[in-house]
Design a protein around this ligand. Structure first.
Ligand code: UD1
Length: 306
């Protein structure tokens, strides 16, 4: 099949492209390389350097005629959204609208894209299920929640089917180039360079860390269920505090390191744990990589970069 991946030079997008190529698909990557890396783009993929807000997107996709579009290009950083809500909104909503208009004009079968655990905000009842009403605590969470509503309306008003994944905290090789660093990639990079690490808050905040290969596998399974439309968590339903994460790093790193504690980051949520029930039932997928294995793989990837 012809498949377009926006953000295919980025962390999650580039892994997805590799698997799609492995499965024999013809893949077009659209990426403006603002945080993505040209070297991450599979050499067998077609590549167009373009911003998702560019009006020429329609011309490019009309020519390529994708059956499916994976829209992975986004502003992904909570702190960036707090410093510059307009930029976050421009990329994540105006960019989205351009992609959606393009998809329905050229009759794409389905758009598959990420939302985020950030849409839930600080809800008390864990694990978080898709039916819960989110109350985002960051502008990033807000644009992702609004994304879900845009997808629903493009489906209801214009008949464009969609699957929207609420990713938990995704980690793995290739994270952290440009602006896409998550706590695990930041810690890996600093520890590889024998530098100290910093925890924002008391370290008792918890996250649901999901390895990138599991996220890619969930995306691929979405191609197998043509009638499925809606919002689905992609997570492990395993809760890990940052202090526990540091303890795991101590087992892997092989040298002593210093951990500084600083004040909490604006917009951060305290606990994030996402139910896997719907993912298992409707996508027939459950995560395969636990944190110990995933962390070791990721740490050694950063090792090989030095
Ligand atoms: C992450 C994702 C976001 C995703 C969301 C889902 C990244 C960059 N962001 O946001 O795209 O939608 O999960 O929940 O992956 N921290 C430290 N020290 C550091 C860096 C971070 O203590 O050096 C802390 C943060 O303050 C936060 C936690 O680690 O409490 C996780 O932060 P981060 O990895 O940036 O992810 P989220 O903000 O949860």
């Amino acid at each position: 099949m012809n498949i377009c991946v926006t953000g295919g030079a980025g962390f999650i997008g580039s892994h997805l492209v590799d698997k799609l190529i492995e499965q024999g698909h013809t893949v077009l990557v659209i990426d403006n390389l603002s945080t993505g890396c040209r070297e991450f783009v599979n050499p067998k993929a077609q590549f167009v350097e373009m911003d998702i807000r560019d009006s020429e997107l329609l011309t490019v996709l009309a020519k390529f005629k994708p059956e499916y579009v994976f829209h992975e290009a986004a502003q992904t950083m909570v702190p960036v959204s707090m410093h510059d809500p307009a930029f976050d909104c421009d990329v994540n909503l105006m960019g989205l609208i351009n992609v959606l208009n393009t998809c329905y004009k050229i009759n794409v079968k389905k758009i598959i894209m990420p939302s985020s655990a950030a849409v839930y905000g600080d809800l008390d009842t864990l694990p978080l299920t898709e039916a819960m009403v989110g109350h985002p605590s960051s502008f990033y969470g807000l644009t992702k929640l609004t994304t879900e509503s845009y997808l629903r309306l493009y489906y209801e008003a214009f008949g464009l089917p969609y699957i929207c994944f609420r990713y938990a905290n995704v980690y793995g090789p290739r994270q952290g180039n440009g602006g896409e660093g998550g706590v695990i990639s930041i810690f890996c990079e600093r520890l590889q360079k024998q530098q100290d690490i910093t925890i924002f808050g008391d370290g008792e905040q918890t996250r649901d860390f999901v390895y990138v290969d599991d996220v890619v596998a969930a995306n691929l399974n979405a191609l197998e269920v043509p009638d499925l439309v809606g919002v689905i968590n992609v997570s492990t339903e395993v809760s890990t505090s940052l202090n526990e994460l540091v303890a795991q790093f101590k087992n892997i790193v092989g040298h002593d390191f210093v951990v500084h504690y600083e004040s909490e980051r604006a917009g951060d949520i305290k606990h994030s744990l996402l139910s896997t029930k719907k993912m298992m039932a409707e996508l027939n997928y459950s995560p395969k990589i636990n944190l110990t294995t995933g962390l070791a793989n990721t740490y050694h990837y950063f090792d090989s970069k030095l």
